[in-house]
Design a protein around this ligand. Structure first.
Ligand code: ADP
Length: 463
């Protein structure tokens, strides 16, 4: 138990460590892929801007510049005419909005970039954002219309003299920083792009490595579960074997001690002159020797089955006749005190069977029905043909079997917990034998039982 728990804890811990390592590696790759993605589109956009300025002599804002030149002349006038402080604030806001509108709606950069990306075989659908950092209207004096706080407080310029982008735009790709100066205004703005399906695209790129990593964790989990199960099964088998040795010793000892006592009895002087007593004791020795022999044969046979296949010696028999014979001889032997009812509907069916094995099968079921009973045993045997099968049901009014034991009673050496306290003697081989014999005939055995209510064993053999 302790060993099993250690294996369980160690196994689960190592799998958890493995999963954390995988998550750490994957998240690292994810971050790297995102950076690579941004880098790829930054380089591409720079190329596109170069291409545009070399080949088309434009930066994609020609119309905007034209419109802003006109508008800024009017803005200068408006600002100079406005004296009231509140009105001035409102006017500045209005000017900023106009500038915003013009650069957002009249620019051609987005279309040009999209065409360039598409031509180079990259994703062409992106969102753009233009962020005005500072706007000043200039005539005789300079009037600051707007300065983003971020622009004022920030920003260590990079090597190209471009200030680093504001925090909220860090996840987006900065295509360019535009510092413009015209007769009537000074404007600084950033142009960003981002892809709504960026995560999807990266996920697609990573699909193989993600799949492999999930698969490897899954395989390791399955391997661990198999190993753990084997360990549990090994433990169960070793327990069963120990139980079997205890039970076998007990089973063998009973006839052996009877024989020993009988031998001692025969040595006694008063017995030697009593012919009837001698005969009785000799019969007892004979009976116990047969029992002992049966037990040993059973164990030998089981060990032989492990090595070789079942060798059936089949012959065609009338099933009803065979059933009657077996039940009759059981009644006069082990089943002496039991009341046994038989109901057959075989319609004279004949079937190929190994009579010896089949008799053992039936005897095992009948003797269990008597053995596992805490009252006067009543056994109902039913036989009929169904779906090309010979079906035989053996029902008893015994102690019954709980659901958990029902799963194992056909296993070798298995005894239900009630059987292990030596109230009911046995080796846990009877039903294993029954199943093996039924299977060797191409059939099967099933059980239906409720504790305290009795059990029904059903044998089916192809007809
Ligand atoms: P054994 O009788 O030697 O223990 P078996 O293989 O015949 O071995 O039976 C396995 C277990 O199934 C028994 O220990 C017993 O608990 C249970 N069992 C078998 N037949 C019956 C029955 N008719 N009623 C109740 N329990 C049964």
């Amino acid at each position: 138990m302790k060993k099993r728990n250690t294996v369980l804890v160690l196994g689960i811990t190592s799998i958890l460590i493995l999963i954390s390592v995988q998550v750490y590696i994957i998240s690292g790759i994810w971050k790297q892929k995102n950076e690579m993605f941004a880098l790829r589109y930054t380089v591409l956009s720079r190329e596109a801007l170069n291409f545009m300025s070399r080949r088309m002599s434009t930066d994609g804002f020609d119309t905007v510049r034209f419109l802003l030149r006109k508008y800024s002349e009017q803005a200068v006038k408006e600002l100079h005419e406005t004296k009231d402080k509140d009105e001035l604030v409102a006017r500045k806001k209005d000017i900023l909005e106009h500038f915003n509108l013009y650069i957002n709606h009249e620019q051609d950069l987005s279309g040009m970039l999209s065409a360039y990306f598409s031509r180079r075989g990259f994703e062409k659908n992106f969102n753009y954002s233009i962020v005005i950092n500072s706007l000043e209207i200039i005539s005789n004096d300079t009037i600051a219309v707007y300065r983003s706080e971020d622009y004022v407080n920030r920003r260590s310029p990079d090597r190209a003299g471009r200030p680093s982008p504001p925090e909220v735009y860090r996840s987006k790709i900065l295509v360019n920083w535009f510092p413009w100066e015209d007769n009537n205004y000074r404007l600084v703005f950033d142009y960003f792009i981002d892809f709504s399906n960026q995560q999807k695209m990266i996920l697609k790129e990573m699909a193989a490595s993600l799949g492999m990593s999930t698969l490897s964790i899954l395989l390791i989990w399955i391997m661990f579960m198999i190993t753990y199960r084997n360990l549990k099964e090994e433990k169960r088998l070793s327990n069963l074997k120990t139980d079997f040795i205890n039970n076998m010793t007990h089973e063998l000892k009973t006839p052996l001690s009877t024989i020993t006592v009988a031998g001692k009895t025969l040595e006694m002087v008063q017995i030697r002159n009593n012919d009837a007593k001698i005969l009785e004791t000799a019969k007892l020795i004979g009976k116990q020797s047969v029992h002992l022999n049966q037990l040993i044969n059973m164990i030998l046979e089981i060990s032989m089955w492990e090595r070789t296949q079942f060798q059936l010696e089949k012959r065609t028999v009338e099933i009803e006749e065979l059933m009657n014979d077996v039940v009759d001889s059981f009644k006069s032997g082990n089943g002496n005190g039991a009341s046994i009812n038989q109901k057959y509907n075989f319609s004279g069916a004949k079937i190929d069977l190994d009579v010896v094995y089949f008799t053992t099968l039936l005897n095992n079921l009948l003797s269990n029905a008597v053995k596992y009973s805490d009252k006067e045993p009543v056994i109902d045997i039913e036989g009929f043909i169904q779906d090309n099968n010979v079906c035989i049901k053996v029902a008893d009014n015994g102690i019954g079997i709980n659901k958990i034991d029902q799963k194992h009673i056909f296993d070798k050496f298995y005894r239900a917990s009630t059987g292990n306290i030596h109230k009911f003697k046995g080796l846990g081989l009877g039903l294993y034998y029954v199943k093996k014999i039924a299977e060797a005939h191409g059939g099967d055995v099933t059980v239906n039982s409720k504790p305290g209510k009795g059990s029904i064993f059903t044998i089916t053999i192809p007809y």
